[in-house]
Design a binder for this molecule. Structure first.
Ligand SMILES: NC(=O)c1ccc[n+]([C@@H]2O[C@H](COP(=O)([O-])OP(=O)(O)OC[C@H]3O[C@@H](n4cnc5c(N)ncnc54)[C@H](OP(=O)(O)O)[C@@H]3O)[C@@H](O)[C@H]2O)c1
Length: 314
């Protein structure tokens, strides 16, 4: 039976295990994908903990993971534009998980993987770089403006920093001291958030006395409250982590576009060397629990990926 890594009931990491699951059959609009790599995201542990039941309804036992790259093995009867053998990446279909040898992907949320992009990079583009791309477009900043990325060192932040920099935007990012070198390599200035984050705004004002033009929040809660006052126009606060708190200040959620076209746009940036999703760790499926633990710690560096195929992802 094909292997997968999932959770047996809602709860903590102790509910996770490697499991055997039947090879799924694609529905009319779905692709059956032999997974080569799966991206690991904070959403994965939130689903396991039962915190996303309203948006991601799953019935445990369930396979973890929301994004993959792999090779199409079969297509549903209504699928156009994809065929067996295509190298693809995208979001897993509702009810399917990515930490698995096989998964289902809806054709409308998949794109062909450019040959220049590795499976391990491609597996991270739907959620991390995709959210960064959507958020930067939503903010619609222009050259010379300033952006604070709250949580610059993680999966979304590293891509958001590069996309903003390439538009000529001055980027400040909050993060731990461990992320300084990474932030600087992305052309950003790191401001540490410290204990409780109470004086982080003062440290930003020491660099930008007039505050910033926008905040792209990837942490939420008090960490967002600590920096929200740096923006004059509250509508220029967007959050992928905590839309409710962004709304307290007149901001909003990052509006996601999960279409094939958007996925292809993001992949083209990687293929041409304009965007690096910064995969920091590649872990085999047998050690998927370690990969998720690294992200669940809340202090991930770039993206963590699970390599699935026996032939090796890359
Ligand atoms: N709506 C969507 O479609 C969508 C998509 C993607 C992500 N998200 C959400 O967006 C959030 C970020 O995702 P991600 O993948 O970038 O997460 P991630 O990879 O876990 O990165 C979060 C980063 O924030 C830093 N951090 C932690 N506490 C901080 C604080 N108080 N101040 C500043 N930085 C802090 C962490 O490292 P250091 O502490 O070492 O700096 C880490 O690098 C998550 O809540 C995720 O669920 C939503």
């Amino acid at each position: 039976m094909p292997r997968a890594y999932g959770f047996t009931e809602y709860g903590g990491p102790e509910t996770q295990e490697l499991m055997g699951v039947p090879k799924p059959t694609p529905g009319p609009t779905e692709l059956l994908v032999a997974v080569r790599a799966a991206g690991v995201n904070p959403a994965d542990w939130k689903v396991r903990a039962g915190l996303r039941r309203d948006v991601v309804p799953v019935e445990p036992p369930a396979v973890l993971g929301r994004e993959v790259a792999g090779v199409v093995e079969a297509v549903g009867q209504d699928v156009d534009g994809f065929a067996a053998g295509d190298e693809v990446f995208g979001y897993t279909a509702p009810g399917s998980g990515g930490y698995a040898e096989f998964t289902l992907v809806n054709a409308s949320q998949a794109a062909k993987k450019p040959t220049q992009v590795s499976f391990t990079d491609a597996a991270t583009l739907a959620v991390g770089a995709g959210t960064a791309y959507d958020g930067i477009r939503q903010l619609a900043l222009t050259e010379g403006q300033t952006l604070l990325i709250n949580g610059i060192g993680g999966g979304v932040g590293v891509s958001a920093a590069q996309l903003a920099r390439d538009l000529g935007i001055f980027v400040i990012g909050t993060g731990s001291e461990h992320k300084r070198e990474l932030a600087e390599s992305l052309g950003a200035t790191l401001v540490t958030y410290g204990d409780g984050g109470s004086d982080v705004a003062d440290r930003v004002r020491a660099i930008m006395p007039g505050g910033v033009d926008a905040v792209f929040d990837l942490v939420g809660g008090d960490a967002l409250r600590a920096v929200a006052g740096l923006v004059k126009d509250g509508s220029k606060i967007i959050s992928a982590a905590d839309p409710a708190t962004a709304q307290e200040f007149g901001g909003s959620a990052v509006e996601r576009d999960r279409s094939t076209q958007r996925l292809a746009e993001v992949a083209a940036l990687v293929a041409t060397g304009k965007l690096d999703p910064h995969v920091s760790d590649i872990v085999p499926l047998e050690r998927a629990g370690d990969a998720l633990h690294a992200v669940e710690s809340g202090h991930a560096r770039g993206k963590v990926v699970i390599a699935v195929s026996t032939g090796g992802a890359g």
